[in-house]
Design a protein around this ligand. Structure first.
Ligand SMILES: [Zn+2]
Length: 161
């Protein structure tokens, strides 16, 4: 199978799962503040280098600061949300967490996540049980629908006599 083969989960319903937002460590905090310091200094330098006109320079600096502020807001949101459960969806086959959904909640066409992601889907009995459970539910639904269709066909047959 090609490494970039289309995931067989494409077109199947996405699964909901719950995860806990990771707690911020001291290291995360230091890394964030180092990054912000570096970006702010970089923005200043970049604006000075690229524009001699003070208005243009201020404009450029304002735009760069907006994206830095967005980063600060993202970190603040993480700070607020850490340790709380979040709901997300994933591909039912490869567990791709960023597959976009069609209007009826199915996975859009995508490549297998577990073939390229660092967080590979590791084979385990839990995973086997999980998939078997899905198959069992769907198989039950297939049988229910088959019986329903057969019952309707019998009724139609009788009506035709
Ligand atoms: Zn997939």
């Amino acid at each position: 199978m090609s490494k970039w083969a289309r995931c067989p989960g494409s077109g199947l319903p996405l699964r909901e799962f719950t995860y806990i937002v990771r707690r911020i460590t001291d290291e995360d905090r230091q890394e964030h503040s180092r990054l912000i310091t570096r970006l702010e200094a970089g923005a200043q330098r970049s604006a000075e280098r690229r524009f001699s006109d003070p208005d243009e320079r201020a404009q450029e600096l304002a735009e760069l600061m907006t994206s830095i502020d967005a980063r600060k807001r993202r970190f603040a949101r993480w700070e607020r949300d850490q340790g709380t459960p979040r709901q997300a969806t994933e591909c039912s086959v490869c567990k791709h967490p960023w597959v976009s959904a069609t209007r009826d909640g199915r996975a859009r066409g995508h490549k297998r996540y577990d073939s390229w992601a660092s967080r590979a889907v590791v084979g385990s009995w839990d995973r086997v049980d999980d998939l078997m459970e899905q198959i069992k539910v769907l198989h039950g639904e297939v049988q229910r629908l088959q019986e329903e269709v057969q019952r309707e066909m019998r009724l139609l047959d009788r009506g035709g006599e």
